[in-house]
Each structure stands twice: as structure tokens, then as C-alpha cells.
Design a binder for this molecule. Structure first.
Ligand SMILES: Cc1cc2nc3c(=O)[nH]c(=O)nc-3n(C[C@H](O)[C@H](O)[C@H](O)COP(=O)(O)OP(=O)(O)OC[C@H]3O[C@@H](n4cnc5c(N)ncnc54)[C@H](O)[C@@H]3O)c2cc1C
Length: 287
């Protein structure tokens, strides 16, 4: 057995170079909350860990014309408590505050969370509802991808070998939109969700507009429920219209059986929580 080597590159270029040099034998290491757990359980082994901790320029939140730019190394806790995020994307601040415990949020990074791609992780629901993008760099190119397209399967992303997430770009949340994140936690407050829903919608002349609905823990990847969005877009705001639209979510989800519930139970809860989230976003029930 080879001992794992822990690299601490001082620049992004150096980090990306190490990924190229060591190929499948290398893994990026950010907050380490997922990596250490997987390595301890012998579910993951890597000869080379490439830490991003000393790479400058990957941390922090700034506001630009196209929205909030959040560095990949920014901690969950710093997103949750950022004044910029609270003002321009309050839904996101709330969703990051719902991840695990404060100890985990103090270590876990935005980029590591997205690359880990556990479909039960909270942030992608809000990021998809807000139409966020990730910036991805390799030694050869820089590209952007909607968060919606980042996840390709259970714990699998569209990142190619040699690529790292460097930044998250989140458009400003429309100031007149109702925005809600409901996380169904039948066990403990700091658990992963049995199912969770982010919903965003505006009311224009008594009708629903700009409806966005995304779920986590409802399939092998986070899910955008376009069937629900289409069913409600332009509809008059009534409890009946919301109920009918929420029922359509069964066509978007594909949950797995696990100790948080059977697939059938999670499918039923996806309908219930989609309905409740939309009712709150549209002012039909108290926030
Ligand atoms: C006890 C516990 C409870 C949890 N509960 C929740 C919860 O309720 N909700 C929730 O959403 N999440 C939860 N999580 C998951 C947690 O959010 C993730 O472990 C965390 O976000 C991973 O971030 P990290 O910086 O620690 O990543 P790391 O562990 O450092 O890395 C994770 C993966 O990402 C890769 N990686 C890291 N940075 C980058 C990058 N910039 N570009 C490309 N790849 C990268 C690594 O190679 C690795 O594959 C929980 C985790 C634990 C340990």
C-alpha cells in the first residue's frame, strides 16, 4: 500500500497541474468533510490529495453585474452569514444554514459540496431554483455550466479529469419573488432531508410567474421540476391550481428506498412539500 501524499499548492495553476500529473491517483481536497469520511470508511483511496487551502483567490463573496460570485473555497457558514448573500439571495443564505451542524458548515466549502454530488445535499435545490452557474477551470480551459447540468448521476458530476470548480455565480433573487426552502426532517434537525423543495415564484396581476421548483433527495441527482413549473406558470393563484401543479411532481422525481423512507413514501412527500412550498411562495399560507 502506498502512503497518501498531501500536496499544498500555492496557486490554482499548480493545483491543476498536480491533477494533470497524477490523473486518477489524485483528488482535490477542500474542507475535507466528505473526503475524510469516505476515506475512513475505505470507500475512497487516493495516492495524492491536492489541497486547495493555500490557493489564493478562491474564497469570499462579491457582487458583480451578473450576480453574486462565491469562491469555491468559501465555507457554508460564510455563505449563510454573508450580508451580500442575505440581501441579494436570501433563499441561498437560508439553504446553507440548513446544512448539517455549524461544525460541518464551518469546514465544508461551496465547491467541495457541489463536487461531492450526494443527491441529498441541500444547496443544489436553491441554486437550481435561482439559475446559478459554476465556473470550472482546468489547465487548458475555463468554462461555465448551469448547476442544473453539473449533476449526472448518484455522486457523479460533469467535471472532466483535471477540472476544478473555482466559483459559483448566482443571479440576484428577484426582489418581488416569494422564495421558500422546505426540508422534511422526520428524524433530527441536523439530518439529511427525507425530501426537500426550493420554490420561487412572483405574482403578477393575480397570476403566477417565473415559477421555479427544484428538489433534492428525490432521485439520483437534484431535480428541477419543470412539469410543475409549466403547470403553474401564468395560472391564477388558487389553492386548487397549486395542488394540481404540485401533483405533477411525481413525473419529475425518482427517489430511492433508504432508511429515511421508502421510494413510495418519498414520492408522496415530494407532492406534499412541493405544494406547501408553492403555497408559501405565493402567499396562500403563512411563511
Ligand atoms: C456529518 C455530516 C453531515 C452532513 N449533513 C449534510 C446536510 O444535512 N446537508 C448537506 O447539504 N450536506 C451535508 N453533508 C455533506 C457536506 O455538505 C459535504 O461533506 C461538504 O459540502 C463537502 O465539502 P468539503 O469542502 O468538505 O469537500 P471535500 O470533502 O474536501 O471534497 C468533497 C469532494 O469534492 C471534491 N472537490 C473539493 N473541492 C473541489 C473543487 N473546488 N472542484 C472540484 N472538486 C472539488 C473532492 O475531490 C471530493 O471528491 C454532511 C456531511 C457530514 C460529514
Amino acid at each position: 500500500m502506498t502512503a497518501t501524499r498531501f500536496h499544498t499548492p500555492a496557486t490554482l495553476d499548480e493545483a491543476l497541474g498536480l491533477l494533470d500529473e497524477h490523473g486518477d491517483d489524485a483528488r482535490l481536497f477542500a474542507g475535507g468533510t466528505a473526503m475524510v469520511t469516505l476515506m475512513k470508511q475505505s470507500l475512497l483511496a487516493a495516492d495524492h490529495l491536492v489541497s486547495l487551502q493555500r490557493v489564493p483567490g478562491l474564497e469570499g463573496v462579491r457582487l458583480e453585474a451578473d450576480g453574486l460570485h462565491i469562491g469555491a473555497l468559501t465555507r457554508h457558514r460564510d455563505v449563510e452569514t454573508s450580508d451580500l448573500v442575505r440581501v441579494y439571495a436570501p433563499l441561498l443564505a437560508h439553504v446553507y444554514s440548513r446544512v448539517a451542524t455549524v461544525r460541518i458548515r464551518n469546514a465544508a466549502t461551496v465547491g467541495g459540496g457541489l463536487a461531492h454530488a450526494d443527491p441529498a445535499q441541500d444547496p443544489p435545490a436553491a441554486l437550481i431554483a435561482l439559475d446559478a452557474r459554476v465556473r470550472i477551470a482546468s489547465r487548458r480551459s475555463v468554462r461555465e455550466l448551469p448547476v442544473e447540468e453539473l449533476f449526472v448521476d448518484y455522486y457523479e458530476t460533469a467535471l472532466a479529469p483535471g477540472e476544478a470548480i473555482t466559483e459559483l455565480i448566482v443571479p440576484r433573487q428577484p426582489a418581488d419573488a416569494g422564495a421558500v426552502y422546505l426540508k422534511f426532517l422526520p428524524r433530527t434537525e441536523d439530518d439529511y432531508a427525507t425530501v426537500a423543495v426550493a420554490a420561487l415564484a412572483r405574482i403578477v396581476d393575480g397570476r403566477a410567474h417565473g415559477v421555479r421548483v427544484a428538489l433534492i433527495a428525490a432521485g439520483p441527482t437534484p431535480v428541477r421540476a419543470t412539469v410543475v413549473e409549466r403547470a403553474l406558470e401564468g395560472a391564477p393563484i388558487t389553492a386548487e391550481a397549486v395542488r394540481r401543479a404540485a401533483e405533477a411532481v411525481v413525473d419529475a422525481v425518482d427517489p430511492l428506498d433508504d432508511f429515511r423512507g421508502s421510494a413510495g413514501y418519498k414520492r408522496d412527500m415530494a407532492v406534499v412539500f412541493t405544494r406547501r412550498a408553492l403555497e408559501r411562495a405565493l402567499g396562500l399560507s403563512p411563511a
